[in-house]
Design a protein around this ligand. Structure first.
Ligand code: TYD
Length: 434
């Protein structure tokens, strides 16, 4: 009989304090209560809301009901998405599904918002059932856990995973085992004294308890491309924020450079004194820098299951040396064969900016480097070669109009990248399931 793993939501899969805190504050303000401090706010995460409003703030039942109503008013619209997936959770859920487990969520948060959160953060695909109280009832955790279990299950091989004593009690009440996790909102003492069968301090510890044999899943490789001046740095920062929220473990790197040897090659390439460098030398140096970067940085991080985000990669060579220096797209691809051994990014973000606008921005910003001092026709060819790459590999690219505001670009990029990552996670899951 397949194993069952039931998760609590807040404090176990997602770190929901931002949204919860904002909504508790909102409810308190609406009821004319004094401002609530951090410590008190933390106690609202996990237990049923009405319980907290009554026991933590001392409200009578009627006022507590009103507080819950205000809370939900803001939560449905905004609080829901003021949330973060704990790093490692995506891998954990994917690994459990690969193992063939029944995976469910039993939460004190009502059903509909719970579904919306799990859907929004792309976790829904790994979860067989979501159970929360409907709006009318304050169901206890035990009933929720029971409802989250399938018809047939082995109580010896079924676990409730949660961060508070309510979860531990709920698992035991339903006759299954309980695992307490230490990275959420409860303390180790609370979890141990409520009698958890297993205590896991981190998501990694939970994974190695539940799936000791599992191999690390390969991470994702993303690159950011565009003409100088298109706003790569800002977009890398904004995309990193979005990816963090979704629970991806992001590592940054850049080309040319990214590791010691490649950074030394970078200095040679970009030095304005190296006027006599031939186009071939330049292309080979970029490729040499890339070969070391792939070996020292990109491959190890992917093997460790992280998401590597590189500021430029092979498309820059195709664009600048293939197009700009007129070596041709196929020659530059051939030069790079030995550097990348077929390793293309899973997703490449292209910041689409007309070359004239890009050049104006670079000159306005200050001292241009050896590549940037090239003229207008050079940059026109760079732009054209980028377009050729997008035409050749449309499935890999997220193309965004870089004349928009940084915030608008950030939203479009996050949506595009997260959509592609979700599709890849789904494809991996379907492959595992035969
Ligand atoms: P970048 O680090 O983006 O420049 P900056 O730090 O000034 O913002 O890239 C350095 C330059 O190298 C840039 O003009 C593009 C160029 N380049 C190539 O010509 N070929 C390549 O393969 C790469 C990776 C970069």
């Amino acid at each position: 009989m397949r194993r069952c793993v039931i998760f609590d939501l807040d404090g176990t899969l997602t770190q929901s304090e931002e949204g919860i805190f904002n909504c508790v504050r909102y409810a308190a303000e609406k009821l004319g209560l004094p401002e609530i401090e951090g410590d008190m706010l933390r106690r609202f995460v996990g237990p049923p809301l009405k319980y907290s409003f009554m026991h933590e703030l001392g409200l009578d039942e009627e006022r507590a009901d009103a507080a819950v109503a205000y809370y939900r008013e803001r939560y449905g619209e905004k609080g829901l998405f003021e949330n973060r997936v704990y790093p490692g959770i995506r891998t954990l859920l994917a690994t459990l599904k690969k193992h063939g487990d029944w995976v469910a969520v039993a939460t004190g948060k009502p059903q509909r918002p719970s579904e919306r959160i799990l859907e929004h953060f792309g976790l829904r695909k790994w979860i067989d059932r979501i159970v929360g109280p409907d709006n009318s009832a304050d169901a206890g955790k035990t009933e929720l856990v029971r409802a989250a279990l399938p018809e047939d299950y082995d109580p010896e091989n079924a676990y409730m995973v949660g961060d508070r004593m309510f979860d531990i009690d709920g698992g035991h009440g339903a006759g299954i085992r309980s695992i307490g996790v230490g990275y959420g909102y409860g303390t180790e003492e609370e979890l141990r004294s409520s009698g958890c069968d297993v205590y896991a301090a981190t998501v990694e510890a939970l994974l190695s308890f539940l799936c000791p044999e599992s191999e690390t899943q390969r991470g994702f490789f993303l690159s950011m491309e565009g003409l100088d001046g298109a706003g790569k740095s800002t977009q890398i920062r904004l995309l990193t924020d979005a990816l963090d929220r979704y629970g991806y473990s992001v590592v940054h790197s850049r080309e040319p450079g990214g590791c010691m040897i490649s950074e030394k090659i970078r200095e040679i390439i970009l030095d304005r004194a190296n006027e006599g460098m031939t186009a071939e030398t330049e292309a080979l140096l970029y490729a040499a820098s890339r070969a070391q970067h792939v070996h020292d940085v990109i491959v190890p991080h992917l093997q460790a299951g992280r998401l590597l985000l590189s500021d430029r990669y092979i498309d820059s060579s195709v664009a600048y040396q293939g197009g700009g220096r007129e070596l041709g797209v196929s020659t530059v691809m051939a030069i790079n064969d030995h550097a990348i051994h077929g390793l293309y990014p899973d997703v490449t973000v292209f910041l689409d900016l007309p070359h004239k606008t890009a050049l104006e921005r670079v000159y306005r910003a200050g001292e241009p480097d050896r590549m940037e001092i090239e003229g207008d026709s050079f940059h026109a060819r760079v732009e054209a070669a980028y377009r050729e790459m997008i035409r050749l590999h449309p499935e890999r690219f997220v193309v965004v109009d870089a004349t928009k505001t940084p915030e608008d670009m950030g939203e479009l990029i996050a949506a595009g990248v997260l959509g592609k990552l979700d599709a890849m996670e789904r494809a991996a899951m379907e492959k595992d399931n035969g």
